[in-house]
Structure formats: structure tokens, C-alpha cells
Design a protein. Structure first.
Length: 243
């Protein structure tokens, strides 16, 4: 059912829905064989544009930080983000639709064997600038130092180039990088659960936030999100529980 015209205008003031797509998280989006943007977030953006009955424009970016800035300044109407209190100043979030694990990667010869050993004096942890785990670890790590890669996909390359002690990121991205580079291993377990949600500029108001939240719940309950994960071959991510 098409949404009320007033709500449609709130989401698409230009007459088109501009959706920010972050290619920095391989769970959510990437490029297909033809070079086009594809993934769970792209599928959700298309589904929401159909619900609004407006054309869709994808605003494709390479990092979470750039995506947050784009939606916060209203250069896009919706986006796909990990929920974080710092981002909530400019973005109103739905509940999560996907849960992802944050993990640590080290060199084979590293003495580190457990998550709790990372936060110690002298350790350097490389993260993707502006990512959910950057924000989380900036708050949580008390002794280890944080170094920042330009984007999440470049974390392991930066970690190796700079001789840092730990690379932190999305589990699946680190697993893929470990297969490309010999002599790396993951620490067992995860240091955080990343709650991926949809969001819109906070200035669009509570009614629009509720409409987007209702859409996300519908997509979870209908099986759309789970089917999208399977269709894009995403393993290790879980559909968030329905509210």
C-alpha cells in the first residue's frame, strides 16, 4: 500500500528517493559483475522506493563516515548504518534489520590469544575511520591506541603497512582478508554485535521515522531480509529479531 502523500513528500522532497549506499561494509553492499551496486541495502532501498512509488537514486559511497555525513546534511533521504549514539545527533534510526559481529585480526606470531588481551598499553588497533567499531572502540578501549584506515575495506592493508598489533572490523571482511594474506589469524569470539539499521535525517520528524521503522519490521517479518542475505551469498550475518 502506497504511503500518504505527505509522508512521501517528507521522504522524497525532490520527487525522488535518494538512498545512501555504503560500499565499506561487504555484508550490506558491493558491486556485481557488471560494476553496479548490489546487496541487501540496495534491495531494501528499491523496496522502499516502490512503497513510496517514487524513482530511486543511489548515492554510492566508500565509507560509513561519508554515508553518515551525507544523510545528516540531507544530501540523501535514507541510509543504512550501524546504530550508534554519536550518529543519533543527526540521524533517526529504525530498529536493526541485520546483526553483524565485530572481530579482531592479528598476525600468526602475535602473542595475543583472547579478546580481553587487546586493550593493553603499547598495543595499536587499526580501525576504519568513522565506522561503527571505530566509534565503539574509541569509547571502550582504555589502554590500547587506535589508528585509523581511510575506509573499512582498507583496514588490513593499513594494519600491515603500519605494523599495528590488531586489525578490527566486520568478521566477514577480516575473514576474506585473512584468506588473501598469509600469516594472519582471527582471535576467537567477537568484541561487539553491530546492529545495522535504516536511518533518515532527524529533521524529517517522528512520523517519518515511524514509517521507516514500520517498513523495516515488515521486511524482517516477511522474510525479505533473510531472502536477500541468501540471494547475495552472505553468510554469518543474522536477521535481527522482529520488534
Amino acid at each position: 500500500m502506497k504511503l500518504d502523500n505527505r509522508i512521501v513528500s517528507t521522504f522524497a522532497p525532490t520527487g525522488r528517493l535518494r538512498a545512501s549506499i555504503n560500499l565499506g561494509n561487504p555484508i550490506l553492499a558491493g558491486r556485481d559483475a557488471s560494476g553496479q551496486s548490489a546487496g541487501v541495502s540496495v534491495d531494501l532501498a528499491r523496496a522502499f522506493a516502490r512503497k513510496l512509488d517514487v524513482p530511486l537514486d543511489l548515492v554510492v559511497l566508500d565509507s560509513a563516515g561519508a554515508s553518515v555525513e551525507t544523510v545528516s546534511r540531507e544530501d540523501a533521504d535514507i541510509g543504512f548504518f550501524a546504530i550508534d549514539p554519536l550518529r543519533a545527533a543527526g540521524i533517526a534510526f529504525t530498529d536493526a534489520y541485520v546483526l553483524i559481529q565485530g572481530a579482531y585480526l592479528v598476525r600468526e606470531q602475535s602473542p595475543l590469544r583472547a579478546l580481553e588481551e587487546v586493550d593493553r598499553e603499547g598495543h595499536r588497533v587499526t580501525v576504519g575511520k568513522g565506522s561503527a567499531y571505530d566509534l565503539f572502540l574509541t569509547r571502550e578501549l582504555k589502554r590500547a591506541a587506535i589508528t585509523r584506515a581511510p575506509t573499512s575495506p582498507s583496514v588490513v592493508a593499513t594494519f600491515l603497512a603500519e605494523g599495528a598489533d590488531v586489525a578490527a572490523g566486520v568478521l566477514q571482511q577480516l575473514e576474506a582478508d585473512a584468506r588473501k594474506h598469509a600469516g594472519l589469524r582471527l582471535l576467537p569470539g567477537s568484541f561487539m554485535t553491530i546492529r545495522q539499521a535504516m536511518g533518515l535525517p532527524r529533521s524529517r520528524g517522528a512520523e517519518a521515522q515511524k514509517a521507516l521503522s514500520d517498513f523495516v519490521e515488515e521486511m524482517k517479518a516477511s522474510g525479505f531480509v533473510g531472502e536477500a542475505l541468501a540471494r547475495h551469498g552472505i553468510a554469518g550475518a543474522a536477521v535481527a529479531p522482529a520488534m
